[in-house]
Design a protein around this ligand. Structure first.
Ligand SMILES: Cc1cc2nc3c(=O)[nH]c(=O)nc-3n(C[C@H](O)[C@H](O)[C@H](O)COP(=O)(O)OP(=O)(O)OC[C@H]3O[C@@H](n4cnc5c(N)ncnc54)[C@H](O)[C@@H]3O)c2cc1C
Ligand code: SF4
Length: 484
């Protein structure tokens, strides 16, 4: 049989059909369709089956990409799915929202050679969507039960990946979350046009079917202390993410209609899910008919500008203090935002918010910046350009400057829990255990604001660490009995 691989010399790189900007501005549906079987096989067949697969090296969960691409090219989709699911708990989610240009696809050898990357993310999504359609995705079933329980605080990707892995290994698992829905930023942060909520809800349903207990409206610090959870479970995992929004220090920052990004996105996501959202209904968190200014250049800022477009904003501006090449968000997201009509002001930072004499923001006065010498991290520091100012009208300003960790030791009533100087939880990276015996941590609360795929990786590593810890405890319980 002739090889179906190495077709990159004949077949060009292609993504699935992307909806036109005019169409997608009108709704919150995902912007890409899926591949059909012929397209997926043809695109998978472009892989050059490298001896050293840099795509796999740069994928945080080390997906076995070349092998599942080969299986897809050969039409062996069930095997491709088994292989893909072996390293990633939520492959169809990563296929949609990983910044592939910085991870697997950016390091694809044929991309580096100028032929255009294998469109790995879209193929990963295709494999798992096919698996869902054909009933190959099944709840984790423990082969044996150890009678030990794990409490997981945080129902985001880190907590959920750990929950699934621990259930599979035979533990009773309970996930606690302070929100009324499970999913973390997958459900309340990331908008529908990147990741439809039904995709997340389907996964949460699968975890419930596996026997994982999901407890919502339960906040560590309010409904239980860390000591309570340690008494209730044999091990505890903290996967609480980072939620303290960074602020802008400018005159006028206290004006109404200057809102934190997550408040704005949560309101929009809740509205999309059919909830009653008073601050959306009365217009405070709805951009319809307004001029919007978003401050920031990361993924959160991109989600805000694109949400505002879809809500029917009159105009949407994005101010970022560095240039396009130095922005932290995915290049692909900026391109989507530009296509959808967002106006970017690179090298621009707010210096004051001006009011409408009724306590509401009416405009942003901004300074033009230039990039100065590099700091200790190697990044050039933005500096204001003397005398270069401009003013933008704004009916609503959205602050999207990133997130820091909350004070977990204090809020959980465990001041002895060690944290780093950034406030993230300190762990032993070999075991994922914190400074407290039997308490583990994973995801953004350990790394700082990061990516879904890194949260999944951490959740899997934490599950392995917890499994080793609980196995040691079982051994210790057996030993005295054996000695008798
Ligand atoms: C707007 C936005 C867009 C993003 N877009 C992308 C993207 O496109 N691609 C990508 O890879 N990454 C993206 N990210 C980053 C990604 O969402 C996070 O890195 C990832 O969700 C971290 O997972 P986690 O499980 O550590 O935390 P989270 O997803 O934040 O989940 C933590 C959970 O813990 C719960 N919790 C917190 N404190 C308590 C408490 N005291 N008691 C009980 N529960 C608690 C929270 O309610 C939450 O459900 C985005 C982030 C944001 C904010
Ligand atoms: S998980 Fe993310 S980085 Fe890894 S192969 Fe999939 S899309 Fe690429």
């Amino acid at each position: 049989m002739p090889s179906k691989m190495l077709q990159f010399v004949r077949v060009g790189a292609a993504t699935p059909e992307k909806r036109g900007a005019g169409d997608r501005r009108r709704d919150f549906r995902e912007i890409y369709d899926g591949f059909d079987p012929a397209q997926a096989a043809a695109q998978a067949g472009r892989c050059s089956q490298c001896g050293v697969p840099f795509c796999q090296v740069h994928c945080p969960v080390h997906n076995n990409i070349p092998d599942w691409l080969k299986l897809t090219a050969e039409g062996r989709l069930e095997e491709a799915y088994e292989l893909s699911a072996a390293t990633n708990n939520f492959p169809e989610i990563c296929g949609r929202i990983c910044p592939q240009d910085r991870l697997c696809e950016g390091n694809c050898v044929i991309e580096q050679a100028g032929h255009g990357t294998v469109t790995i993310g879209s193929i990963e999504r295709y494999i798992t969507e096919t698996a869902w359609e054909r009933g190959w995705v099944r709840p984790a079933r423990p082969r044996r039960r150890w009678g030990q329980s794990v409490g997981i605080v945080g129902g985001g990707p880190a907590g959920l990946a750990a929950a699934e892995e621990l259930r599979r290994r035979g533990y009773e698992v309970r996930v606690y979350d302070r929100h009324d829905r499970i999913g973390g930023l997958l459900i309340y942060g990331i908008p529908n046009f990147k990741l439809e909520k039904s995709v997340v809800e389907r996964r949460v349903g699968l975890l419930a079917d596996a026997g994982i207990e999901l407890t919502t409206d339960f906040a560590l610090g309010r409904d239980a202390s860390l000591a309570d959870l340690r008494a209730r479970h044999d091990a505890v995992l903290l996967a609480t993410g980072v939620y303290r929004a960074r602020d802008v220090a400018c005159p006028g920052i206290g004006l109404s209609n200057i809102v934190p990004a997550l408040d704005y996105l949560i309101a929009s996501n809740r509205h999309g899910l059919g909830d009653d959202v008073p601050a959306f209904a009365d217009g405070r968190l709805d951009a319809a008919g307004k001029t919007v200014a978003v401050i920031g250049g990361g993924d959160t800022a991109m989600d805000c500008v694109r949400t505002a477009v879809r809500q029917g904003a009159r105009a949407v501006h994005c101010l970022y203090r560095r240039d396009r090449a130095n922005m932290p968000g995915s290049r692909r997201e900026v391109q989507h935002a530009e296509e959808e009509g967002v106006e970017f002001h690179w090298l621009a930072a707010p210096e004051a918010f001006l009011d409408d004499r009724a306590g509401r923001v009416a405009a942003v006065r901004a300074t033009r910046m230039h990039l100065g010498v590099a700091d200790a991290t190697g990044r050039q520091t933005p500096r204001p350009l003397e005398g270069a100012h401009f003013t933008l009208d704004a009916d609503i300003v959205i602050k999207a400057l990133g997130f820091d960790p909350e004070d977990v030791p204090t809020l959980s009533g465990a001041p002895e829990l060690a944290v780093t100087r950034w406030g993230t939880i300190r762990i032993d990276h070999r075991t994922m255990m914190t400074s407290l015996d039997g308490v583990f941590a994973a995801g953004d609360i350990v790394r700082g604001a990061s990516l879904v795929v890194w949260a999944i990786r951490d959740g899997r590593d934490a599950a392995a660490g917890i499994d080793r810890h609980l196995a040691t405890r079982r051994q210790a319980r057996l030993q005295p009995a054996a000695a008798e």
